[in-house]
Design a protein around this ligand. Structure first.
Ligand code: GAR
Length: 212
């Protein structure tokens, strides 16, 4: 485990002491993580208090550091047992967990500590093109190869199976003739940036998402 920055009461200046603390789990580039951090910083309705990753060189760490958000890498064995990750979430008073391009399995003890308070985003219209090994561009390649006319995003609760928890929100976009995986990924990312922070905000505030 390596904690890159630690600021006690980190969020007090942004959302106030009563605002809920969000942790983001991410494995890669982290554009969604950055978008979510910026959204809550502007709105002040909650605070991204911690970013956690399973990849030591994930670019999301650079983004979090640049934005002054504490971020921490845990080794594979820590993600398998979950103990150290869970105690770190507790130390930072985390109320809600958001997966944003997180590619490891979440251990049961962490899942059980956050019932209905842990959500994931997937870049397809689940149950299509989901499951183990389906992430990022692999999803878009499969969507294009299968000749689908539309794709989209699914925001769902996290459970012990990849991409299978209860669906909270789906938003669609077209798959255009001649689309490359990169072009489709851009269209999907735009949907993610628009909807994911709003859905998180509603759930953190205990509201039913209005984007069903
Ligand atoms: C996002 O498109 C997200 O939906 C996807 O990874 C990308 C991460 O992008 N997640 C999965 O495929 C999960 N199965 P980002 O690192 O730029 O936020």
């Amino acid at each position: 485990m390596h904690l890159f920055a630690h600021f006690s009461r980190f969020c007090a200046g942004f959302g106030g002491l009563m605002s809920k603390n969000i942790a983001i789990f991410a494995s890669g580039n982290g554009t969604n993580a950055e978008n979510i951090i910026r959204y809550f910083r502007e709105k002040g309705s909650a605070c991204v208090a911690l970013v956690l990753t399973n990849r030591q060189n994930a670019f999301v760490l650079e983004r979090a550091k640049g934005l002054g958000v504490p971020c921490v890498w845990f080794a594979k064995s820590d993600w398998e047992s979950g103990e150290l990750v869970l105690s770190t979430l507790r130390e930072h008073d985390i109320d809600f967990v958001v997966l944003a391009g997180f590619l490891a399995r979440v251990p049961d003890n962490i899942l059980h500590a956050y019932p209905n308070k842990m959500i994931n985003i997937h870049p397809s219209l689940l149950p299509k093109f989901g499951g183990k090994g389906m992430y990022g561009d692999r999803v878009h390649e499969a969507v294009i190869a299968s000749g689908e006319k539309e794709s989209g995003i699914t925001i769902h609760y996290t459970n012990e199976h990849y991409d299978e928890g209860g669906i909270i929100c789906q938003q669609k976009c077209p798959v255009l003739p001649g689309d490359t995986p990169e072009e489709l990924a851009q269209r999907i990312h735009r949907l993610e940036y628009e909807y994911y922070p709003k859905v998180i905000e509603e759930l953190v505030e205990g509201l039913s998402p209005s984007y069903l």
